[in-house]
Design a protein around this ligand. Structure first.
Ligand code: NAG
Ligand code: NAG
Ligand code: NAG
Ligand code: NAG
Ligand code: NAG
Ligand code: NAG
Length: 523
C-alpha cells in the first residue's frame, strides 16, 4: 500500500497529491447542541477552549492516503467536520449521526467516505448509509458509549434524566428468523454500528480500533438485569456488497460482526479480541447470507470464532433463508470454551456450501463443529474443510445433535435437521483430549461424513476412548488414531478422497480498487 501523508500547518502552504485546488480557510460551525450527547461524567458541554483544540486537530488530520476497497468515493469528510472531538470524553453520537445523514445525500453522486482521525471517539450507536465508507486511522479508537435508555439506568438517579433524553441504544425488533432476542424475549438493543437495506458499504481502516467497552454489558447479563438482547458490535441487515476490513474489534457486548439477510460480503484482515470468559462474544457470524468471504482474521473470544447461522427453530424454518457460498480461509482462533467454526446451532434456514481452508486453532475447545437439535429443521450440507492445524483441543471433531437451546416451547418436534456431506481433510492436531465426539440424532443420522489425511496426537491425559460415534454414517482414510466403526477406513490410497471444490465462488472474483482519501477535499 502506498501511503502519502501530508501534514499541513495552520496558515502555511497546502501540499496536494491531486490536482484539487487548495481548500478555503477552515471554518467551524460548532454549536453547543451539536456537541451535546454524552452521559454520566462523560457529559461535557463544549467551550471555546475546545474550539482551538478542535481546529488544531482538524488541521493535523489532514492527510492523503490510499486503501483498497470494493468501490471508491467521490466525496470525503472527516468526523471533525461535524464537530467530532477525539478526547475520549466528549460524546460524538450527534457528530456521527449528522455526518452519515449529510453524507447520505451523495449516495447517487459517487458516494462518500468518512474519515476518523487518530483519537478516542466516544459515541453511541450510529447507522450507516449506502455507497459509503467509514475509514479509521490506525490510531483511531471508536469507543462505544454506555449510555442506555432509562430502563437500564433508572437506578442511578443522577444520570437517568440525561439517559432518557439521549437513549443511545434504541431498541429494535427481534430478527424475524429468530422470533425473539437471544438474551431475552422481545426486542434487542441496536448494534453499535448498524446498517439495514443498504448497498455498497465499506468499514475499513489501517487497523484502527472499534471498542465495544462490553464489560458493563457482560456484568448486566450475568446479573440477569438485561431487559433486551445486548447490542452486537457491527450488524448489517438486508444489504448487498459489504466490505469490513483491516480493523481491530475489542470487547464487543456480544457478537462482534453480524451480517444477516445479506449478500456479497468481504471480511478481511480483522483482529477480534475479547476476554475468553466474556459471554457470547462470537467473532464473525454470517447469518442467512449468500456469498461471503472471510479471510486473514485473528480471533480470540469467549465464544465461537466464526458461527455460521440461519435462524432459530420455527422462526428460522418459516423465514427460510439459508447461509450458502461461504469461504473462510486463513483464520486463527483462540477460544478455550468454544468452537473454531460452528455451524449452528441456529441453522433452521439451512447452511450449504461452506469452504474452510488453512485454519489454525490454539487452545480451543473444538475444530469445525456442527450444533443442531430436534426442532431446528433446516440442513447443513456440502461442508468442506481442508487444512487445519490444531493445538491443545478438547475435541478435534465434534458434532452435536442434541444441542437443545430452543427459542420457545412451540418448536416442531418433527422438524429434524438434515446433516449431509461433511468433508474434512489434511488435519494435524496435537495435545487433543478426545479425537472425535460425533453424535447424530436417533432416527435421523448425520450422513456423508468423510475424514481423510488426519493425524491427531493425543494429550498425555487424553480420554481412554479417542472416538465416540452415534447415529452417523461415513468413511475415512489415513486417520490416526483409528476412527470408530461407523466410519470405516477405505485404505491409505484414498488419502485424498474427501471433496474440496476446485471451482471458485463469485465472491472470490471480487476485485478491490485502490482508493484515495484526501481530507481537504471539501464537500
Ligand atoms: C489491509 O491491509 C493490508 C496490509 O496493510 C493491505 O495490504 C490490504 O490491501 C488491506 N486490505 C483491505 C481490504 O483494506
Ligand atoms: C437506525 O436505524 C434503525 C432501524 O432502521 C432505527 O430504528 C434507528 O432509529 C436509526 N438510528 C438513527 C440514529 O437514525
Ligand atoms: C428492508 O428490506 C427488507 C427485505 O427486503 C424488507 O422486508 C423491508 O421492508 C426493508 N425495510 C426498509 C426500511 O426498507
Ligand atoms: C492490528 O492491531 C492488533 C491489536 O493491536 C494487533 O494485534 C494486530 O497484529 C494488528 N494487525 C496488523 C495487520 O497490523
Ligand atoms: C496431508 O495433509 C498435510 C497437511 O496436514 C499435507 O501437507 C499433505 O500434502 C496431505 N497429503 C496428501 C496426500 O494430500
Ligand atoms: C496440553 O493441553 C493441556 C490441557 O488439556 C494443557 O494444560 C497443556 O498446557 C497443554 N500442553 C501443551 C504442551 O500445550
Amino acid at each position: 500500500m502506498v501511503r502519502i501523508v501530508i501534514f499541513i500547518a495552520i496558515n502555511t502552504t497546502y501540499v496536494f497529491t491531486t490536482t484539487t485546488p487548495p481548500p478555503p480557510p477552515n471554518t467551524f460551525h460548532i454549536s453547543h447542541s451539536q456537541q451535546w450527547g454524552g452521559c454520566g461524567e462523560a457529559l461535557k458541554a463544549f467551550g471555546l477552549g475546545r474550539r482551538v483544540e478542535s481546529r488544531k486537530a482538524r488541521v493535523l488530520d489532514s492527510s492523503s492516503f490510499e486503501y483498497s476497497a470494493i468501490s471508491c468515493r467521490a466525496h470525503s469528510a472527516s468526523i471533525t467536520d461535524y464537530g467530532g472531538v477525539g478526547d475520549g470524553e466528549t460524546s460524538n453520537t450527534k457528530a456521527f449521526q449528522k455526518a452519515v445523514n449529510e453524507l447520505s445525500q451523495y449516495g447517487s453522486d459517487g458516494g462518500s467516505q468518512l474519515f476518523v482521525p487518530a483519537g478516542k471517539w466516544l459515541t453511541g450507536s450510529f447507522n450507516l448509509t449506502s455507497h459509503f465508507t467509514l475509514f479509521l486511522h490506525k490510531d483511531a479508537f471508536l469507543l462505544a458509549s454506555q449510555c442506555l435508555s432509562s430502563e437500564l439506568t433508572a437506578s442511578s438517579s443522577s444520570s437517568s434524566t440525561v439517559s432518557q433524553d439521549i437513549n443511545e441504544w434504541s431498541v429494535i425488533d427481534p430478527l424475524p428468523s429468530y422470533g425473539r432476542g437471544r438474551d431475552a424475549a422481545g426486542g434487542r438493543y441496536i448494534s453499535f454500528i448498524f446498517g439495514t437495506n443498504l448497498t455498497d458499504v465499506v468499514i475499513t481502516g489501517d487497523n484502527g480500533t472499534i471498542d465495544g467497552q462490553g464489560a458493563f454489558w457482560w456484568l448486566q447479563f450475568h446479573k440477569k438485569k438485561i431487559k433486551y438482547t445486548r447490542p452486537y458490535l457491527i450488524e448489517i441487515m438486508h444489504s448487498d456488497s459489504i466490505q469490513i476490513s483491516n480493523l481491530t474489534l475489542l470487547n464487543s457486548p456480544a457478537w462482534n460482526v453480524h451480517p444477516v439477510y445479506s449478500s456479497n460480503i468481504l471480511i478481511q484482515g480483522i483482529t477480534i479480541i475479547a476476554p475468553i470468559t466474556s459471554p457470547n462474544t462470537d467473532g464473525i457470524n454470517p447469518d442467512s447470507c449468500t456469498n461471503t468471504r472471510i479471510e486473514d482474521c485473528y480471533i480470540v473470544s469467549g465464544d465461537d470464532c466464526v458461527a455460521v447461522k440461519s435462524g432459530w427453530d420455527e422462526y428460522g424454518i418459516a423465514y427460510g433463508m439459508p447461509t450458502k457460498q461461504l469461504v473462510i480461509r486463513r483464520l486463527t482462533c483462540i477460544s478455550p470454551f468454544s468452537a473454531t467454526i460452528a455451524l449452528g446451532s441456529e441453522m433452521s434456514g439451512g447452511i450449504q456450501d461452506v469452504r474452510a481452508e488453512d485454519i489454525v486453532a490454539i487452545n480451543t475447545e473444538s475444530g469445525v463443529r456442527i450444533k443442531t437439535a430436534v426442532g431446528r429443521g433446516g440442513y447443513v450440507k456440502d461442508i468442506y474443510v481442508k487444512g487445519m492445524t490444531l493445538h491443545t483441543m478438547k475435541w478435534a471433531f465434534w458434532m452435536t445433535g442434541n444441542y437443545g437451546s430452543h427459542a420457545d416451547t412451540h418448536y416442531d418436534p418433527k422438524a429434524l435437521p438434515v446433516i449431509q456431506g461433511v468433508n474434512y481433510r489434511d488435519v494435524v492436531a496435537e495435545n487433543v483430549s478426545m479425537a472425535a465426539r460425533l453424535e447424530g440424532i436417533s432416527g435421523d443420522p448425520f450422513t456423508g461424513i468423510c475424514i481423510s489425511n488426519v493425524t491427531i496426537r493425543m494429550a498425555v491425559k487424553a480420554k481412554k476412548v479417542p472416538w465416540t460415534c452415534t447415529d452417523i454414517e461415513g468413511i475415512t482414510s489415513s486417520v490416526t488414531p483409528p476412527p470408530c466403526g461407523l466410519l470405516p477406513d477405505q485404505g491409505p490410497e484414498k488419502i485424498r478422497m474427501c471433496d474440496f471444490p476446485s471451482e471458485s465462488l463469485p465472491i472470490d472474483t471480487v476485485e478491490l480498487k485502490s482508493c484515495t482519501y484526501a481530507s481537504m477535499k471539501y464537500l
